[in-house]
Design a protein around this ligand. Structure first.
Ligand SMILES: [Zn+2]
Ligand SMILES: [Zn+2]
Length: 343
């Protein structure tokens, strides 16, 4: 089968021929890839940023946002049949460890992460485990949802955590209405009655946020005047929740100023350091909460919202052979929505 592989760090991916993955264990599942999302993490992998973390040996196939059709099933797999449309939770998990038993798939003690530390979905076929497979509603196609498997899942995980605590009349701020943010906005509007304020530097992103149902949109700029706008909207108190999809370029410094006493700051993006005087943390009892991908159940819930038409994702399709174009376009900021590779 055709695969796009990392052969060396700091070098372009190479299109190669590789053997198809085979069923080895009774719960193995082979999926015929319908689409694989092209993620910024893929670029970071090529830059060697994940080399020491993943410990993967080269060459290997990347692509961790995958959806497609069931191709082959291990003997012990039930409830799935060849041809079923599916999206894949990005991790392959054991189901036996303590984290798995809590439904906390991401922290499984015996996991593999196809596309990060095992062969991924820039290929015609991918091997995963039965625990990672979610059947798609008839109304959804693999290419429509593949990129929700990581980016969308991460946004859902953070928004759902916030929504669990938020009450009608509370305020939630989303910082960033880009790739993850525009999913987070749709999720918040679907599952929470809190008033949603979206902040972004980009006027087009805010226009989209408004179309997606944001109650208020505020453009951030060089000065901090947008902080006062938020304070005015929230009766001078700030928001109960800030979901920061950016966490770069000083977003946390102003983000914290918009957080109400005892509020929760959800860290989703990454880049800048958290630099808050501890006296401010204890005197206000604010909380900082990290977010990493999401659980199987998170992804299943997100697929329900997708099937109900409450979360939609704009995608730009590329043939697998044109992987370099997709990566170049993503690097240059030229992709509208999310780029996906279709074999
Ligand atoms: Zn990703
Ligand atoms: Zn486990």
């Amino acid at each position: 089968m055709k695969v796009a592989r990392v052969v060396e760090y700091h070098k372009p991916l190479q299109l190669q021929e590789a053997p198809e993955p085979q069923i080895e264990g009774p719960l193995d599942v082979i999926v015929k890839i319908g689409a694989a999302g092209v993620c910024r993490t893929d670029i970071h992998i090529l830059e060697g940023q994940w080399e020491s973390k993943s410990g993967v040996t080269l060459p290997y196939t990347i692509g961790h946002e995958n959806a497609g059709w069931i191709h082959k099933l291990g003997d012990a797999v039930t409830g799935l049949k060849v041809g079923d449309k599916v999206i894949l939770h990005p991790l392959v998990t054991c189901g036996l460890c303590r984290a798995c038993r809590f439904g906390d798939d991401v922290h499984c003690e015996n996991s593999a992460f196809p596309g990060i530390n095992a062969d991924g979905g820039y290929a015609e076929y991918l091997k995963t485990g039965a625990r990672s497979v979610i059947k798609l509603d008839d109304s959804l196609e693999p290419a429509d949802v593949a990129a929700l498997a990581d980016a969308g899942l991460t946004a859902y995980h953070a928004a759902a955590k916030a929504a669990k605590i938020l009450r009608p009349g509370n305020f939630c701020i989303c910082i960033g209405a880009g790739g993850l943010g525009h999913i987070g906005i749709q999720v918040m509007k679907a599952i929470s009655a809190a008033t949603l304020i979206v902040i972004d530097q980009n006027a087009d992103a805010l226009k989209l946020a408004k179309e997606l149902g944001a109650d208020h949109v505020i453009q951030s700029g060089e000065d901090d005047s947008f902080v006062k706008q938020v304070k005015d909207l929230t009766g001078g108190k700030g928001a109960e929740a800030v979901i920061d999809f950016v966490c770069e370029g000083g977003s946390m410094k102003t983000g914290v100023q918009m957080l109400r006493q005892a509020g929760n700051y959800y860290v989703v993006g990454y880049g800048e350091n958290l630099n808050i005087p501890t006296i401010d943390v204890i005197s206000t009892e604010i909380n900082f909460i990290g977010n990493l991908v999401g659980s199987y159940n998170d992804l299943q819930e997100l697929m329900i919202l997708a099937a109900q038409g409450k979360v939609t994702l704009h995608t730009s399709k590329y043939k697998l052979d044109d992987f370099q174009q997709a990566i170049d376009d993503l690097s240059a900021g030229k992709v509208r929505g999310r780029a996906i590779l279709v074999p």
